[in-house]
Design a protein around this ligand. Structure first.
Ligand SMILES: [Fe+2]
Ligand SMILES: [Fe+2]
Length: 281
């Protein structure tokens, strides 16, 4: 009788929670209110938040960063709008787990990647790079992300990349560039959640944009009348953060901690948007 071997595949699951661009104090307040439940719902081992738009849509300071860290956030990413707030620069310079896109010229303050160290010796690397299509002509994000991966790979099996990009094609290209080399490529910046969350063929979770965490009775977080004036009149009008219909957007990624491969990606909006006004539906 042939011997039968039972192969037991061992996987250690890691739950990553990533929250998209937090806009305004209203966005921050709502995120702090929802975060305990989101952490519990998704059994989050690590929480990463994009905070580029917290203070009137422009960057964040030590106070907002500390509030997020106290609520269980492990790393804050930012983006192009972090440079609009002068107070963000000292925060970037002093706080290793508040990131700015790695491919800005290196004389700017801050870092573009970090290693998050968790209880039990678990680690996850976080990298942020920014696209160049319809954005500032900064250094090559594809080369920059390769350099950051070289630094992190010897230290951890799991890496997530926040790709802060305007053009969907550039984000998709970044997904293919990184497939099989990082656990997740999660997009930010457009403030609109895309419906393309997927696991790429070589095990990388991907979504073009996880969406905004802020007021949706707005034009991507800003008051509608001001945004309309800017577009219709083609002159300067001061943006103000909107107030109503605040939702939190993000992605939950389950990763095999041993291989670093993503096993599942789910995007969410909390609360969900209204999609029907049919009675009783
Ligand atoms: Fe943003
Ligand atoms: Fe941005």
């Amino acid at each position: 009788m042939p011997q039968r071997y039972i192969v037991v595949l061992r996987m250690r699951l890691f739950n990553l929670l990533f929250i998209g661009d937090v806009v305004g104090n209203v966005g921050l307040r709502e995120l702090l209110r929802q975060l305990p439940e989101l952490i519990s719902t998704y059994s989050a081992d690590a929480v990463v938040v994009n905070g580029e738009n917290i203070v009137n849509g422009k960057g964040l300071t030590e106070a907002e960063a500390n509030a997020l860290f106290a609520a269980g956030v492990h790393c804050i990413t930012t983006g192009n709008h972090v440079w609009d707030n002068w107070k963000s620069r000292s925060l970037l310079a002093s706080t290793p787990n508040v990131l700015r896109p790695f491919n800005y010229p290196s004389a700017n303050p801050g870092r573009g990647w970090c290693l998050v160290e968790l209880p039990g010796g678990r680690t996850i690397g976080v990298i942020q790079v920014q696209g160049r299509v319809f954005m500032q002509p900064i250094d090559d994000p594809f080369k920059a992300v390769d350099d950051a991966i070289l630094q992190l790979k010897p230290r951890t099996s799991m890496i997530m990349v926040d790709f802060h990009a305007d053009a969907t094609a550039e984000a998709v290209a970044m997904g293919w560039h990184l497939d099989g080399r990082v656990s997740a490529v999660l997009g930010t910046h457009t403030h609109i959640q895309t419906a393309d969350a997927t696991i790429l063929p070589n095990g990388t979770a991907y979504v073009t944009d996880v969406g905004m965490s802020g007021p949706y009775d707005s034009v991507i977080g800003m008051q509608k009348d001001v945004a309309l004036k800017r577009m219709q009149l083609q002159t300067a009008h001061k943006y103000e953060v909107a107030e109503a219909d605040v939702r939190i957007c993000g992605a939950h990624v389950i990763i095999d901690e041993v291989s670093g491969d993503a096993l599942q990606i789910t995007t969410f909006q909390s609360p969900p948007p209204r999609t029907s006004i049919v009675q009783g539906s």
